[in-house]
Design a protein around this ligand. Structure first.
Ligand code: TYD
Ligand code: MG
Length: 467
């Protein structure tokens, strides 16, 4: 009989090796390979004869669905990211840095659901019951019927959840603290996290309860015990935000039952997280209208338009290699814009440091921000402030052409709502509202934009001729 051998598992990507090594060949991470017990994984292991399969009843798609498949919390920013509420029988992973507010938002959700007559069980492996009560008091949730437990053992948690009436929602805070009797590895290792998460997901599918798993993210931005859990659950929500700022963004990364590009915006207060229903006001902040280098981007986050200020600082460099620093945007995308500016617009930035920042700590993922970024860069370089009531959006291609983006009407409507009366946008944008009246300028190439800002190429090209 084959003797049970130990195996070595990368804690970052889950790849299994037969011997220890310092660097994982699969994901390239150092010091992530840890010895684990192979029998602790899923299924049996060597030496175990598979039992004969049982026939599973096959059913039709068009069967009855017993109850409303979704349980809405009434916290609209949270319901928006889940696609209208937690789905019964599904498992959701809520990830984020430690201290970002995962336990807070989930306690608020638990309280809200409990007030709506749902049975909610909150299992914490991180905090004692007294600590959770203290938080609940602060959140004004102490008077609700949320049931608490401080427990980390998977079998005990399952027995507790299965005891009595089935919960509508079970919150497990966090998966990194779970440990199962059948696995020998330490809590927090890939095998333990996977086994624990799998047991909870199975519970959700079998009973129809909605299960929320909390997962801490390591500093590299991975959920520790990482992608192995992401692909097992039905939805993954990430909590983002900068500690220096008090607002938080809940972003859908994966959702089998709803949209994947939604965000929910919250503000951290002394009484927990407050919904922010108009995020644009938050990200625009106090604008200094006379300063060059700031452009307002009319963006879209899922189904919602968001206006954000993009700030650029372009200054002559004192170093051999100029610096490029980006916060809140893709640095590869910035390099591309700089290259296009140089190749097609004659704007040379090789002797300049370039700093780009998205106001309020927001992160833009849309390529539609290209035009706003370019406007901010050119404005800073030329030392000319942009019109204070103008928004920018459009994608820039390598040829220097400006390409239309989606949701033109919605972007313009949001801009108008917030008092922006002008827009610079791509030629040929679909769904452009009728009757311009000089309110928006359609441009089809980047040199057009540069000329608009720097006034028929004057300010920028001159520096060029000196070279
Ligand atoms: P928490 O939900 O415990 O974070 P996580 O579970 O993601 O680790 O949030 C902790 C932070 O939130 C902590 O720094 C204190 C702050 N906080 C408030 O500012 N106001 C509040 O009402 C609560 C409950 C927490
Ligand atoms: Mg917590």
């Amino acid at each position: 009989m084959a003797k049970a051998r130990t195996q070595f598992v990368c804690q970052n990507c889950g790849t299994v090796f037969s011997r220890w090594q310092g660097k994982c060949d699969a994901c390239g991470e150092w010091n992530t390979v840890v010895e684990e017990d192979p029998m602790g994984g899923i299924g049996g292991g060597p030496g175990k004869t598979p039992k004969k399969g049982r026939v599973v009843a096959l059913t039709a798609l068009s069967g009855e669905i017993e109850e409303a498949p979704r349980i809405g919390t009434g916290i609209s920013e949270l319901d928006r990211v889940t696609g209208g509420g937690f789905v019964r029988g599904s498992a959701v992973l809520v990830g984020g840095d430690p201290g970002i507010g995962k336990s807070t938002v989930l306690m608020q959700a638990a309280a809200a659901l409990s007030r709506r007559g749902q049975r909610v069980i909150y299992v914490s492996g991180e905090e004692a019951v007294a600590q959770i009560r203290l938080r609940a008091q602060r959140l004004g949730a102490a008077e609700t019927d949320v049931l608490l437990a401080a427990e980390t053992n998977v079998e005990d948690i399952l027995a507790t959840l299965a005891d009595g009436k089935r919960p509508d929602l079970a919150i497990i805070d966090s998966i990194q603290t779970l440990w199962s009797d059948i696995v020998e590895s330490a809590p927090g290792t890939v095998t333990q996290v996977r086994t624990g998460a799998q047991a909870m997901i199975r519970f959700a599918k079998q009973t129809g309860a909605a299960v929320v798993l909390v997962g801490h993210v390591t500093k590299e931005g991975q959920i520790a015990g990482p992608r192995v859990v992401e692909h097992m659950v039905d939805a993954v929500l990430y909590f983002e935000g900068d500690r220096g700022h008090h607002y938080r963004i809940l972003r859908t990364v994966k959702n089998r039952f709803g949209p994947t590009d939604e965000i929910g915006v919250f503000e951290m207060s002394d009484k927990g997280l407050r919904e922010v229903s108009n995020p644009s006001e938050l990200f625009l902040g106090e604008r200094n209208e006379k300063a060059p280098g700031a452009a307002v981007f009319a963006g879209m986050e899922g189904t919602r338009p968001v206006l954000v200020e993009v700030q650029a600082l372009v200054a002559p460099t004192s170093l051999g290699t100029p610096r490029r620093a980006v916060v809140g945007w893709d640095s590869a995308r910035l390099s591309m814009i700089l290259a296009v500016l140089e190749a097609h617009c004659g704007v040379r930035l090789g002797q300049h440091d370039v700093y780009l920042n998205v106001a309020g700590g927001f992160r833009i993922s849309e390529p539609a921000a290209d035009l706003a970024v370019t406007a901010a860069l050119v404005s800073s370089l030329a030392g000319l402030a942009l019109p204070k009531d103008c928004v920018y959006f459009g994608e820039v291609s390598l040829s220097g052409a400006v390409r239309p983006v989606s949701h033109t009407a919605q972007r313009l409507k949001e801009a108008e709502k917030l008092g922006f009366s002008q827009a610079v946008l791509p030629t040929g944008s679909a769904e452009l509202p009728k009757g311009n009246g000089g309110r928006w300028a359609e441009i089809d190439s980047l040199p057009d934009l540069v000329a608009r800002i720097a006034g028929s190429k004057g300010a920028l090209m001159r520096g060029d001729e000196d070279n």
